[in-house]
Design a protein around this ligand. Sequence first.
Ligand code: F6R
Length: 260
Amino acid sequence: MEVLIRDTPLEGAEVAAKVVRKKILEKPHPTLGLATGGTPLKMYQELIRMHNEEGLSFQHCTTFNLDEYVGLPPDNGQSYHYYMKNNLFDHIDLPSDKYHLPDGNADNLRQSCKDYERKIKDVGGIDLQVLGIGANGHIGFNEPTGSFASRTWIKILSEQTIRDNSKYFGPTEKVPYHVVTMGIATIMEAKHCLLIANGAKKADAVRKMIEGAVSASCPASILQMHPRVTVVLDEEAAYLLSAKDHYKWVEANKLDWQKY
Ligand code: F6R
């Protein structure tokens, strides 16, 4: 894993956006996997800035989001459809038929999960998958002890994730218990994964992901088996890593073409 540690979440967001930009410029028709939640917000703001001020174009991109709640209509303020439009898609030149999110309202949820997998395959797979990490080590909404072989499917959130996500919902709103999420096997097929984590609350999950045993108890630890992962951390999320100095030394000695 490539581990990039920055003093602040903002500096992390800037380098993460550069990773995305590099991928967009590298490929004529890049496919991006996208995440929601609090973590990637600053990176999306930086990508919007790059679009407005530097002419970064998303016109030839296709995107697939990791997950969506079951039962929230796309215009519900808590749905990930709404989040993506509000925080990214409405501010860039990505054509509206080029972005995809799992359909949490499909009449036939199981079929729509299969269709989602097929659509990803039809475009040749995901070139860069953006990920956050749950305090319990989940990626997408693949909670601890779920199968590493899982594919896009309907999952039930853990009680911890429901508590963690309740901060994004109003006091009278209920966090849905059910989600549709890309599976671990879907994520592992992305050619490059970019995982961002900030804050001390994520430090234990980050340590297990990078330096712990590969175990379904920490789903993100499977990324140790992926050939190309870039992890962007702020100092707080990195504070439990025992090889922190090594990761910084490796980054300081990168060859020019390896830098972002
Ligand atoms: C969101 C997702 C989740 C989040 C994770 C962290 O699409 O797949 O895995 O990345 O729950 O959420 P935040 O960033 O809100 O701490």
